[in-house]
Design a protein around this ligand. Structure first.
Ligand code: UTP
Length: 294
């Protein structure tokens, strides 16, 4: 067994109800942040971390996701014939970022169930999990969130997950950890509570959707009964993992956007628009003018 992480699971089978009606026929993972679908930002994070195989757990109505990473003969032919070489290369590059493998989750029975769906493809090595609607952007020359977790796993051989501090009023939107500090930005997780009431939360450290797990999580998920909202909760299987094998938390350096949520999506578009060479000047000018009218 190697400790290098080469596989990642990205669950993308959720219904995206927070974004209806936009997500009735368009998977939320393909909504654009400036000019890239949000899933592409996540796949680029995988590639940057040295992941070679990405397992997409998809569902009904999500075939556009598989098509996005496949050859598009008509489009490529039209771009080639019209001499749009730069665009053609951009489109063709999507196919060589990572190997895309997809498997269907036949019913949206929760995040834990979605991850367990990938079990037949995973083998015996540890793997990363990235949520398909959480975008984490790191500065140039800074490792990605998944890159940081892969390094921590290689160093400690212990399952490791990203944590981030959230305001007390927001704890009920996340899985929240009970933990002890074990060094700068590192935590030993004792327990994980799914969306607690602010008065019952053991801390303000939330799980923003980046994980590296040993395959023990799969046997835990297999034995996990439906929990909160009748779904198979990843957090329940993580509690069992924390108690049997240990689980580390790491405060990662990347900026995180919950792009599956309307406000997070708008934030991501504005902040990344301000960094995009084609639109940054125009957008900055527009925002300054707009701000005067607010
Ligand atoms: P979310 O709960 O944020 O996604 O799950 P959702 O259910 O699509 O969104 P809303 O709340 O209805 O708007 C986090 C990630 O897990 C995937 C989702 O696609 C998302 O990327 N997921 C969730 C699955 O793949 N299967 C599930 O059964 C649930």
């Amino acid at each position: 067994m190697s400790s290098k992480i080469t596989k990642a699971v990205i669950p993308v089978a959720g219904l995206g109800t927070r974004f209806l009606p936009a997500t009735k026929t368009v998977p939320k993972e393909l909504l654009p942040i400036v000019d890239k679908p949000l899933l592409l930002h996540i796949i680029e994070e995988c590639a940057q971390a040295g992941i070679e195989d990405v397992i997409l757990v998809t569902g009904r109505g999500k075939t556009a996701i598989e098509d996005f990473f496949d050859t598009s003969y008509e489009l490529e032919d039209a771009l080639a014939k019209s001499g749009k070489q730069e665009l053609l290369e951009k489109v063709q590059a999507l196919k060589s970022l990572v190997n895309i493998i997809s498997i269907r989750q036949q019913e949206a029975k929760g995040l834990g169930h979605a991850i367990y769906t990938a079990q037949p493809i995973l083998g015996n090595d540890a793997f990363a999990v990235l949520l398909g609607d959480e975008v984490m952007i790191s500065d140039e020359n800074t490792p990605s969130a998944t890159g940081e977790l892969c390094s921590l796993y290689q160093e400690t051989k212990t399952s490791s997950v990203a944590v981030m501090e959230v305001p007390k009023a927001d704890v009920q939107k996340y899985g929240i950890v009970a933990c002890d500090s074990v060094g700068t930005n590192r935590w030993k997780i004792q327990n994980v509570i799914e969306k607690p009431h602010p008065e019952e939360a053991p801390s303000q450290l939330a799980l923003p959707g980046r994980y590296v797990f040993s395959t023990k999580i799969l046997s835990n998920l297999k034995n996990t009964k439906p929990g909160k909202n009748g779904e198979i909760q990843l957090t329940d299987a993580m509690c069992a993992l924390a108690q049997s094998d240990g689980l580390l938390g790491m405060t990662v350096q990347a900026r995180r956007y919950d792009a599956g949520d309307k406000f997070g999506f708008l934030q991501a578009n504005i902040e990344m628009g301000l960094q995009h060479p084609e639109v940054q000047d125009q957008l900055k000018k527009y925002l300054k003018t707009l701000a005067k009218t607010l």
